[in-house]
Design a protein around this ligand. Structure first.
Ligand code: CO
Length: 148
């Protein structure tokens, strides 16, 4: 397994207008997508090799809506990009870490993601993400995928 990389930091916001402060800093929204499984609308701003992911709830019963209700807007999770999500989930389970998703679910950008329980991350909600639509990101890993 390759070493995980920081893919993004997820920030819970009431509205994607929250991107304005980052735009004022010279960052740009590069991708907006509604992720049905998480009931959120997301906006990605790339910052070097990582991203900021703004999360606006689309339903009052979404996890992000509940987070904002309880704790206000703010940093919601960190996401590590991995190359074999199932292997990581199995290894974590075997070591007794509590998972929210025992199996990957669809994430943004056609990725497959899984969340660990915050208790596993000392209060930090950790998301694992395996990119499947980004062959250009994988090529630097020297993967066997043919280049297009
Ligand atoms: Co995320």
């Amino acid at each position: 397994m390759n070493k995980p990389k920081l893919d993004h930091i997820g920030i819970a916001v009431r509205s994607l207008d929250a991107a304005k402060v980052y735009e004022a800093l010279g960052l740009k929204i590069e991708h907006v997508e509604t992720v049905e499984t998480q009931k959120v609308k997301t906006a990605f701003l790339s910052v070097g090799d990582s991203n900021l992911e703004l999360l606006e709830p689309t339903e009052p019963d979404s996890a992000v809506a509940k987070f904002i209700e309880k704790r206000g807007e703010g940093i919601h999770h960190i996401c590590l990009r991995v190359d074999n999500i199932e292997e990581h989930l199995e290894a974590l389970k075997a070591q007794g870490y509590r998972l929210i998703n025992e199996a990957p679910v669809p994430g943004a950008h056609g990725s497959r993601v899984a969340f660990l329980h915050p208790s596993a991350g000392n209060g930090v909600l950790i998301e694992l993400s395996e990119a499947i639509n980004h062959p250009e990101e994988r090529s630097e890993e020297g993967s066997a995928e043919p280049s297009r």
